[in-house]
Design a binder for this molecule. Sequence first.
Ligand SMILES: Cc1ncc(COP(=O)(O)O)c(C=O)c1O
Length: 403
Amino acid sequence: MENEGPVPYLSFFRSTPQLYAFVGSPCYLRGAVCAPPGVLPVQLTRYLALDALHIAGIRAAKACCVLPAATGLTMTLVFLALRQLRPAGRYVVWSRIDQKSCFKAIGASGLTPLVVELKALEGSDALGTDMDGMAAAIEQVGAENVLCICTTTSTFAPRVPDSVDEVAVLAARLEVPHVINNAYGLQCSKCCHLIEQACRRGRVDAFVQSTDKNFLVPVGGAIVAAAKPALVDKISQIYPGRASMSPLLDLLMTLLSLGAAGWKRLLQERKDNAAWFQDRFAKAAERQGLRLLSCPANKISFVCDLNPLAKEMGKADVDHLTFLGSALFTRRVSGPRVVLCSQPAASSCPEAPAADVEAEAEERPQSLKLKGRYRKPLTARPSRATAPTRTSTRVATSRPRAP
Ligand SMILES: Cc1ncc(COP(=O)(O)O)c(C=O)c1O
């Protein structure tokens, strides 16, 4: 559940014309993101962001910087800064997450990802970190050639947060840097607790969180934090140029207008809302004969098994289930995604001639009627070349995609 949209802060600016004049002055602009210490708003934003991290539960954070780039690009900057500190590192050992940004960030930094697949966790439907797989991947290329291990806390169910505390111990033992993608995990006490434990028990070089996913500001900023300032300082140094100040100002003004009490209240509110939503979602699913998958460690994203619906629709129509995602979206449910995991009808018979596939498409209904007023015209034809090949059907409240 992503929260987007600015917190109103104009009243704050109107009541503080001196700061407004200062912010708009050329002297201030000269000192933008990579400013020397002493540029007041930049430093103030850092201190307030660090305090917000502490309040959220990561007391081990000792330094942070706010960058005018979203999470993915900020991960790229972290990798590039690490490369300067560890020139031999060419590989990033990456615990798989089906979201493309981090994967792209590895490629954009000229590095090679070593993707470690997840493992099914016993006693639930969840997928979690394969610790043996992580160790094996590092061993395979040699620890000295690994730039870093990259883990993720905030992820799409049925994946649960990586065991970042255990990975931190592994990273310390093998002397390999460890970077955590905490994109929208700052709002979740479970993710923050995991990072706190990781910093205390093992090695964490940096963890990155989005400002818009955690602080209700517009898209375009991220906080890089660490238990030791070395990497954070390096990232501030390598940031080229002065643009743009807006994400920093958005965060500064939002934190000032929220205050510590407002931030704590928001964190509690989100926790209560998530529990309420999960309960209502489970009941609504049950009424349709569906089941929410059990992923107790994921406190942000929820997933519902659509297999019973898929069976009802029959093989020919199963592809159309993805339409549920757009139907939910038009009903203001942000971030829903239907993942078709069953073999689509078109590719279930790989030897069938192309003409058969065309004929099958002709027989499909021209529109799909769902409960309510909505009717979706169906225009797409099945393509053998792009047919997915997974094995069950699910709807999640976020957007799992294969990298
Ligand atoms: C786990 C994770 N990492 C990275 C991103 C990318 O975030 P951004 O758009 O801020 O780059 C997302 C976006 O949903 C995400 O879920």
